[in-house]
Write a protein that binds this ligand. Structure first.
Ligand code: ZN
Length: 239
């Protein structure tokens, strides 16, 4: 078996056999990895604490055919502050859950690894009411499916834009509208996130527009994941 080493974020873990767990990791260079961590359900296991979801670790693994095996784990960051604040913990878990659903096994996605580790660090430094929405939006953009925000995607007008539709791939004016309603303030926030103003967006207070951006980004993420699952299902049937 070959040994390799990766930096990774723990996305989730689940029980396996008597005392083992399967750890799902998003690694820097090897994409999403599933690995067995042996004996970590024993209460004395120090490795177990390092492999909690949201931990940022440096891990040595044996490559297996389906599952790898964890050999050694060093902590880069436990994100302790996030774990003791329920709101931040929920936000962190929403982010790793979306990444888990979005990424296929063993396909390198270094840009998503970078985005996730940065977002978790920012969240650990302090909660932001828009962090999950902004992170989902950036994830959708990295997948190439974030709706365009310039002009009405159907008729091209640049004023009176009132709706956003993932099926149409953009925003829509009052006469063409379909999908979800969007306010001008929420649209401005999304444009700000798109044009590199993420830090400024993260500093926003919770307002109706911020809640709207979260709601829109979560709805788009759900729609995208559903479509993806359906297309995978279709693919499977043709195999
Ligand atoms: Zn239009």
């Amino acid at each position: 078996m070959s040994l390799y080493r990766e930096k990774a974020v723990v996305l989730r873990s689940y029980k396996f056999a008597e005392a083992d767990r399967i750890i799902v990791l998003l690694s820097e260079n090897s994409g999403k990895i599933r690995a067995v961590a042996k004996g970590i359900r024993k209460t004395t296991s120090r490795v177990g604490a390092r492999l909690e979801p949201l931990s940022h670790v440096d891990v040595q693994l044996y490559r297996g055919r389906d599952l790898d095996t964890v050999r050694q784990v060093d902590l880069i960051d436990t994100h302790t502050a996030m774990r003791v604040n329920l709101k931040q913990l929920e936000q962190g878990l929403s982010m790793v859950e979306a990444v888990d659903k979005l990424t296929p096994d063993r396909e390198p996605v270094p840009h998503i690894y970078t985005m996730l580790s940065r977002a978790l660090r920012a969240l650990n430094d302090g909660s932001s009411p828009i962090i999950v929405g902004a992170f989902y939006w950036k994830l959708l953009a990295s997948e190439g499916v974030a709706p365009t925000l310039e002009d009405c995607v159907r008729c091209g007008v640049s004023t009176d834009l009132v709706a956003i539709d993932i099926q149409e791939g953009g925003i829509l004016c009052r006469s063409c509208r379909s999908g979800t309603a969007i306010s001008q303030t929420a649209l401005d926030i999304l444009r700000q996130i798109n044009s590199g103003g993420l830090a400024a967006a993260l500093a926003l207070e919770e307002t109706p527009a911020v809640r709207e951006v979260n709601h829109i980004a979560m709805g788009l993420m759900e729609a995208h994941l559903e479509r993806r699952l359906r297309s995978i299902g279709l693919f499977d049937r043709h195999l």
